[in-house]
Design a binder for this molecule. Structure first.
Ligand code: AHR
Length: 554
């Protein structure tokens, strides 16, 4: 997304579904040569270990994400674990969440972490960064942050999930000293500092051991409107000599918006100008990419270019995937520039905000700012994006879907006692099997999909995915982007025999299919055995689907 557009935006804001006819689709096809597509997995071409952290999440104090989404309060009638929505924790555990980012986003650069610690009744109320975009019917807690959910509660949430906390520090409006103090509050040993005592008084004697720290967010825009050179100077200042408390802190720099190559080049150049070793202090470089422009090239206007989350035609389906598919070239492009200054690639990519961004209007809970209703299209988008990360294990170390709940590409939607898992949430549960697997080079070949783009012919690829191996279990995930045609596909594994396997498929007969509070299971994955033929199998990938093949090798 164009940085200028997002800056303007941020300034302004201070089916029905049918069940799956699975059984017949999984039936064995007798002749491999009748398959129209092919997947070839090359066991002897490993690409690297898939970092579990690419399956991470993003939780910003924005709209209904924290208050109502995650935090319902200890006295709530909604089942909760010390104030945290229980159903969310139960569902998230199924996806093995590795890492969660908090408190923003743009919110982070307006946040004073001290407001969110200490006795609850003494915590101040503050104007939320996003207050200007709130509708009059939104709850007060979305406009004026009650600070009920702060560092302690966030770490509790992460512990319930078994996930690592990833905190984004305020670089725009707090001095570096406050950053050091936040690290001290989280990580200094029991009894060692005044802040460790404060932490203990809140019930947390032992350190939180927070390793991942974002040094600002979107520093090119809401995080301070810096030039990359000025930001590099700030980055050095904030990250130099921060006490580690026996932990190797991982500092993540505020990276580019989409294809802003100048931002990456400017930062890396300026860091190296001070000395090559300076880049050793950077753990990750945060890339943000939102797929928002569905105007088919007509405008770059942030408001006018967006599409609708639930009312869309076939061309919008492909246009969204096309916008999201830019992720592959963004990873390659930024990686190449980073390598010019950091040839051994010490610094990894951290894609800590990704997802589709639609215009307002589809919210299940009216008044939830930036909430949108994910459909099957977003599930296919998410599968495609996670496959892209899987294919670049040496480059992408962390990724966080924007955002976890009640915002943008939500895995979950919730309001008061109502809750549902979105199609995106199901994709995360399916893809968890890749975590820590050895990514394998795999060739996907399938006919392209042709569609009409404002009267002109356009095309998009038909089938893509990724493969990984852990022990003797091979996991192949793939999306069939075509909304019309199922793909009869020959799956070949070079270097081993497949003894048995299961297929889990997420699809629906209506491309607009989605889950709501009333219809929680309208889109849900189905798992069945697959029949093995010879060295592999023939599998029919339904149109508009996300599939996981879990194959046992001998
Ligand atoms: O995810 C919503 C916003 O998008 C984040 O606060 C910001 O980092 C990005 O512009």
């Amino acid at each position: 997304m164009d940085a200028m557009n997002r800056r303007d935006f941020l300034r302004g804001t201070a089916a029905a579904t049918a069940g799956l006819a699975m059984a017949s689709k999984y039936s064995r096809m007798a002749f491999a040569q009748s398959a129209g597509a092919r997947i070839e997995v090359l066991l002897d071409e490993p690409l690297g270990t898939i970092s579990p952290n690419i399956y991470g999440h993003f939780t910003e104090n924005l709209g209904g994400v924290i208050y109502d989404g995650i935090w319902v309060g200890e006295d709530s009638k909604v089942p909760n674990i010390r104030g945290i929505r229980k159903e969310l924790v139960d569902e998230m555990r199924k996806t093995h969440p590795p890492i969660v980012r908090f408190p923003g986003g743009c919110f982070a650069d307006s946040y004073d972490w001290r407001d969110g610690i200490g006795p609850v009744e003494k915590r101040p109320r503050r104007t939320n960064f996003w207050a200007g975009g709130e509708r009059p019917d939104a709850p007060a807690s979305h406009r004026y942050d009650p600070n009920r959910f702060g560092t302690n509660e966030f770490v509790q949430f992460c512990r319930l999930l078994g996930a690592q906390p990833y905190l984004a520090a305020n670089l725009r409006s707090l001095p570096a000293e406050e950053f050091y103090r936040w690290v001290e509050y989280c990580n200094s040993p029991a009894g060692s500092t005044t802040l460790a005592d404060e932490r203990a008084a809140a019930g947390f004697k032992e350190p939180f051991k927070v390793r991942y720290w974002g040094v600002g967010n979107e520093a090119w825009g809401c995080g301070g409107n810096f030039t990359p050179q000025a930001y590099a100077t700030e980055f050095r200042r904030y990250s130099t000599w921060v006490p580690g408390y026996n932990l190797e802190l991982a500092f993540i720099g505020s990276g580019p918006d989409g294809g802003n190559w100048d931002w990456t080049r400017g930062f890396f150049e300026e860091m190296s100008r001070k000395g090559k070793d300076q880049l050793r202090s950077v753990y990750g470089w945060a890339l943000h990419h939102y797929a928002w422009n569905l105007s088919r090239g007509k405008t770059q206007d942030w408001e006018k270019g967006k599409g609708d989350a639930v009312n869309f035609g076939p061309e919008d389906w492909y246009e969204l995937l096309r916008e999201g598919d830019r992720m592959e070239s963004l990873i390659a492009g930024h990686w190449q520039i980073m390598g010019e200054f950091d040839p051994d690639h010490h610094v990894k990519l951290v894609v800590d905000e990704w997802g589709p961004w639609y215009r307002p209007g589809s919210e299940l809970t009216p008044g939830d700012q930036l909430e949108q209703l994910p459909t099957l299209r977003d599930a296919v988008f998410s599968g495609m994006t996670l496959d892209t990360f899987n294919r670049h294990p040496e480059k992408v170390e962390v990724a966080c879907c924007a955002q976890l709940i009640n915002c943008l590409n939500s895995l979950y939607l919730a309001h008061e006692d109502k809750f549902c898992v979105t199609p995106v949430g199901h994709v995360f549960a399916m893809y968890a099997a890749h975590q820590n697997g050895q990514s394998l080079r795999s060739e996907f070949s399938a006919p392209a999909v042709h569609y009409d783009r404002d009267g002109k012919p356009a095309s998009f690829w038909g089938l893509r995915g990724s493969a990984s191996l852990r022990d003797k279990q091979l996991v192949i995930t793939a999306v069939n982007a075509s909304i019309k045609d199922a793909l009869e596909t020959q799956v070949v594994v070079r270097g081993a025999r497949v003894s048995s396997g299961d297929a889990t498929v997420l699809t629906a007969t209506d491309i607009h299919a989605r889950n709501t509070f009333e219809q929680r299971q309208a889109v849900a994955p189905k798992t069945e055995h697959v029949e093995i033929t010879g060295d592999g199998l023939i599998f029919r990938f339904p149109a508009a689907s996300v599939t996981k093949l879990a194959l046992q090798l001998t």
